[in-house]
Design a protein around this ligand. Structure first.
Ligand SMILES: NC(=O)c1ccc[n+]([C@@H]2O[C@H](COP(=O)([O-])OP(=O)(O)OC[C@H]3O[C@@H](n4cnc5c(N)ncnc54)[C@H](O)[C@@H]3O)[C@@H](O)[C@H]2O)c1
Length: 285
């Protein structure tokens, strides 16, 4: 994820230092970013000199202390582990510009808790990007308990510079996107389990009725029902019974039918392509 974010900032004129403990990841990241820029040039979306300039603005470091020295912004995208994130943010805070913004891309951890480990929690904010970063226009800015209006304004300004749209959300389980998506996917599974309609018809309803690019069952197959289930367990525990996981999801996960990645979820997939008419039907359940 950090790779896409580094590409976005470098492409919009910022000097970026991409930091990782793994030199191998850094080498891979540079190749990936060069590839995204080359694709942009080939498709006529980026001029060659602009792509060259973006690459030239990108450096790498295996040390947070060296890489973040003097920085105005840190976007932390290390593994989803609170202790690792706190360690990185504290090291960065000690060397960044005194007014620098400390942003975390965490999907589910508490911005407030990460901020509480910092000397100045007022300038810590969530900056939640979506994959693939070069295509997805939304960034959720997350206010922790101490995040100031000024920090939110700075965050908004950075997001605008990337040509993306920010929404602001108070720290809450699932933010806006994961919470809505979990609810829609769970409800679609309840409908399927009750035999309200076929999988194909439920997905078609949301695609054609609401102009969603993908139906909720297709999206669950893409995300993976195992991942969906763990998000639902978390939302159920934190937000209550409306997020109680549909038993059909639990049954599918037990069966190893996780979705596209296992070749079979609500639909079957052959060579990555959905098999027409393969959707679960209420009568099979
Ligand atoms: N993958 C997604 O679609 C997605 C979407 C939104 C948010 N996020 C969030 O982004 C973050 C990263 O997710 P990911 O999927 O890219 O994870 P990942 O495991 O693919 O990458 C994490 C990277 O962090 C590096 N790292 C680990 N410890 C480090 C340290 N102490 N210092 C420097 N680098 C360190 C690892 O080497 C690895 O390259 C998580 O907080 C996740 O919740 C991910």
């Amino acid at each position: 994820m950090g790779v896409g974010i580094a590409h976005a900032f470098a492409s919009s004129g910022h000097s970026v230092c991409l930091i990782d403990v793994s030199g191998e990841q850094l080498a891979k990241a540079q190749t990936t970013i060069a590839g995204i820029l080359a694709d942009g040039v080939r498709l006529g979306k980026v001029a060659q000199p602009a792509a060259d300039a973006a690459l030239a603005r990108l450096t790498t470091s295996e040390s947070v202390t060296a890489g973040a020295a003097g920085a105005d912004l840190l976007v932390e995208t290390v593994s989803e582990n609170l202790a690792i994130k706190i360690d990185v943010v504290k090291k960065a805070e000690a060397v960044m510009a005194p007014t620098g913004l400390l942003a975390t891309n965490t999907s589910a951890l508490s911005v407030t808790e990460i901020a509480a480990a910092c000397v100045d929690p007022t300038r810590v904010i969530g900056m939640h990007f979506f994959n693939p970063v070069q295509k997805m226009k939304l960034v959720e800015l997350v206010r922790g308990l101490a995040t100031t209006d000024e920090a939110v304004a700075i965050g908004r300004d950075y997001v605008a510079q990337l040509g993306k749209t920010a929404i602001v959300v108070n720290e809450t389980p699932g933010l806006t996107t994961s919470r809505m998506s979990a609810m829609a996917g769970n409800e679609a599974m309840w409908m399927l389990q009750e035999g309200a309609a076929t999988a194909e018809d439920i997905d078609t309803a949301l695609r054609l009725g609401f102009n969603h690019p993908m139906g909720p069952l297709e999206l669950g197959d893409l995300t993976g029902w195992d991942t969906r289930l763990s998000v639902l367990h978390y939302l159920h525990a934190t937000l209550g019974d409306k997020f109680r996981p549909c038993p059909l999801i639990i049954k599918m996960v037990k069966a190893g039918r996780h979705g596209r990645k296992t070749g079979w979820g609500v639909y079957k997939y052959e060579n990555g392509v959905k098999v027409p008419g393969s959707g679960l039907k209420g009568t099979n359940l």
